[in-house]
Design a protein around this ligand. Structure first.
Ligand code: ZN
Length: 406
């Protein structure tokens, strides 16, 4: 059969700018669908033209074939908590393509991310990076962005970095300020809003945003159909997020008591989504220089919160806070999510269908099916057997183009 189809290439072969088909892999079309073994996916332009068992899919003549036998294919991943904020990504206008591609590969492309939500950065710079990617000048994910965060006090851990990079993000002092900031961001092209309902000020001190400001910012965002993320930090910050109408918790909450089933049910009733960012707490624990046991206990608390939330049926969105941390490897996050009781299918949903639905992209992203965006991840091994397989990427395809090839 292959003889009639012209060139057959091995799955990791670099290939650009032409229609092609992926053959022979096991495909997980969506988190709740059965796997298809010996599948064919036909990609035409930026879309999936056909996907299914080999017997049911007609492969167009003269199209290039990538033989992916022995591999596993899932829809392109979303990382719902990143920052376009590393020194090289902050040079979005003037940075060389080589330097920017290297950083985009290291952070996103090689881990299977075809869409990321940047939840605090410098809006104009992030939009410039997005334009360079969308015009084909750089290999990178679709970027949604919250731009500059809204805070009444900046958290202590970013001050030095902001200063060193000559970035000024002014505080908001009143409800009117907060609404005006959101309005300006929305008009400037932001896709979401990030609030610090709790902001670390050093040694156990947290500045909480007054409820009137949270409500004002969230109300303005919702009028413009923008999702609202919060960094809550402590129990007070969490209560403010719930009362103020926040949509998404950017992390579990470090300075709160462990979440009970009742707490989790309350968050679910508030239609709140949670981005666990468990790797962040490992990173912070190491940075803080405490004992391994203290760090493990801290991570166990966060994983316990995720477990309670997930068991309550809460919506989990995968995210790792990279760009703030340099821990780009996703394997630990999958291990910790699994330790929190999440199944392979629940983790796949957090990477694909859940963020696509939450951010209004489910008609084009999150599943492998005809007419969907050709955003795909080819994995080395079966994630159903070991969830860290989600971190071992052979190919990342974004919009029908190879963004990464191992
Ligand atoms: Zn962050």
């Amino acid at each position: 059969m292959h003889a009639a189809l012209g060139l057959v290439l091995v799955c990791s072969t670099y290939l650009q700018g032409a229609d092609f088909a992926l053959t022979g892999a096991t495909v997980y079309p969506s988190p709740d669908a059965r796997p298809i073994s010996d599948a064919v996916i036909v990609i035409e332009g930026a879309r999936i033209a056909a996907a299914g068992p080999r017997a049911s899919v007609r492969i167009p003549k003269d199209i290039r074939i990538l033989d992916c036998s022995g591999k596993y294919i899932v829809a392109g991943f979303w990382n719902s908590h990143v920052h376009i904020f590393t020194p090289s990504l902050l040079q979005a206008r003037d940075g060389s393509s080589a330097a920017l591609n290297a950083q985009l590969d290291a952070m996103f492309n090689r881990w299977g991310f075809s869409t990321v939500f940047d939840v605090a950065s410098v809006l104009d710079n992030t939009l410039a990076l997005r334009r360079r990617i969308e015009s084909g000048g750089l290999r990178g994910p679709r970027i949604l962005t919250a731009g500059e965060p809204v805070w009444t006090e900046s958290p202590i851990y970013v001050r030095e970095y902001l200063k060193a990079n000559h970035i000024d993000i002014p505080i908001v002092a009143t409800a009117e300020d907060a609404a005006a900031r959101v309005r300006a961001h929305a008009q400037g092209g932001a896709d979401g809003v990030k609030l610090f309902t709790g902001s670390v000020q050093g040694r156990g001190k947290v500045a909480n945003m007054p409820l009137s400001l949270v409500r004002s910012a969230a109300g303005e965002a919702h009028r413009r159909h923008l999702p609202v993320f919060a960094h809550a930090q402590n129990s007070a910050g969490l209560e403010l997020a719930i009362a103020g109408g926040v949509d998404i918790l950017a992390h579990t909450v470090p300075d709160s008591a462990p979440w009970t089933a009742k707490d989790a049910a309350r968050l679910k009733r508030a239609h709140m989504a949670l981005i666990p960012t468990l790797t962040l707490f490992d990173f912070e624990g190491r940075k803080g220089g405490g004992s391994d046991r203290a760090r493990e206990r801290w991570i166990d608390k966060m994983a316990g919160d995720l477990r309670a939330f997930s068991e309550a049926g809460g919506e989990v969105l995968f995210g790792t806070d990279i760009g703030y941390t340099d821990h780009f490897d996703t394997a630990l996050e999958f291990t910790l999510m699994s330790r929190a009781g999440m199944s392979f299918r629940e983790i796949l949903a957090s990477l694909t269908t859940s963020p696509a639905r939450r951010f209004g992209y489910s008609a084009r992203s999150g599943r492998i099916a005809r007419h969907m965006d050709a955003d795909l991840v080819v994995l080395e091994s079966d994630p159903a057997k070991d969830v860290t397989a989600f971190s071992r990427v052979t190919l990342t395809i974004r919009g029908g183009r190879i963004a990464y090839s191992n």
